[in-house]
Design a protein around this ligand. Structure first.
Ligand SMILES: CC(C)(COP(=O)(O)OP(=O)(O)OC[C@H]1O[C@@H](n2cnc3c(N)ncnc32)[C@H](O)[C@@H]1OP(=O)(O)O)[C@@H](O)C(=O)NCCC(=O)NCCS
Length: 153
């Protein structure tokens, strides 16, 4: 397997930011949520990511293999509670899965969080997404809040 190289996304790299925003916008479709991705959603996520990087609250790293991005993780320290970070997005390209790349990114994010004095990491997971549930459990996450919903027709 080719070597994986990790890289921090920079504010000036609008193309890279937009690419990550596009992947993020399409993620729900990967575990069964059929929702078309709108261009304005991608731009809004790109703006959010760029502003977070500019403000120094964001960890966004890519993992590259052979010059292509094969995985990325986007996390942010909360604006109103800087000792808490929230994982916004995590993705690994299908052909690179189960090789520990997302685990490495999460561990790298934990290193960033510790350096900033962050005490707690939050992450929301669709319960159908067993891959992430298993990964989180393996990394020491526990269920802290079970969100429930009722759709009104
Ligand atoms: C979830 C995801 C990021 C995992 O990426 P990855 O690079 O394959 O993860 P890792 O190789 O580090 O896996 C770590 C552990 O997670 C668990 N895991 C990962 N994928 C799994 C799967 N398909 N089924 C069951 N467990 C899985 C396993 O415990 C795995 O360890 P193991 O391979 O030693 O058994 C990837 O599957 C993905 O991009 N999925 C679609 C997007 C997504 O759901 N993002 C998260 C939104 S919250």
């Amino acid at each position: 397997m080719e070597q994986v190289v990790f890289d921090r996304l920079r504010e000036a790299d609008r193309d890279g930011i937009r690419r990550m925003a596009a992947i993020h916008a399409g993620l729900p479709a990967q575990w069964g949520e059929a929702c078309p991705v709108a261009e304005e959603d991608i731009e809004a996520f790109a703006d959010q990511l760029e502003a977070g990087i500019r403000g120094g609250r964001v960890f966004c790293e890519t993992a590259e293999c052979g010059g292509s991005v094969v995985s990325f993780l986007w996390a942010e320290a909360l604006e109103d509670a800087l000792d808490v970070a929230n994982i916004i997005s995590l993705w690994t390209a299908p052909e690179h899965r189960r090789r520990g790349v997302a685990t490495d990114l999460k561990k790298r994010m934990e290193g960033w969080a510790r350096l900033r004095g962050i005490k707690r990491i939050l992450t929301g997971v669709d319960p159908r997404n067993t891959a992430v549930v298993k990964m989180n459990e393996k990394l020491g996450y526990r269920t802290a809040l079970l969100k429930m919903e009722k759709l009104l027709s």
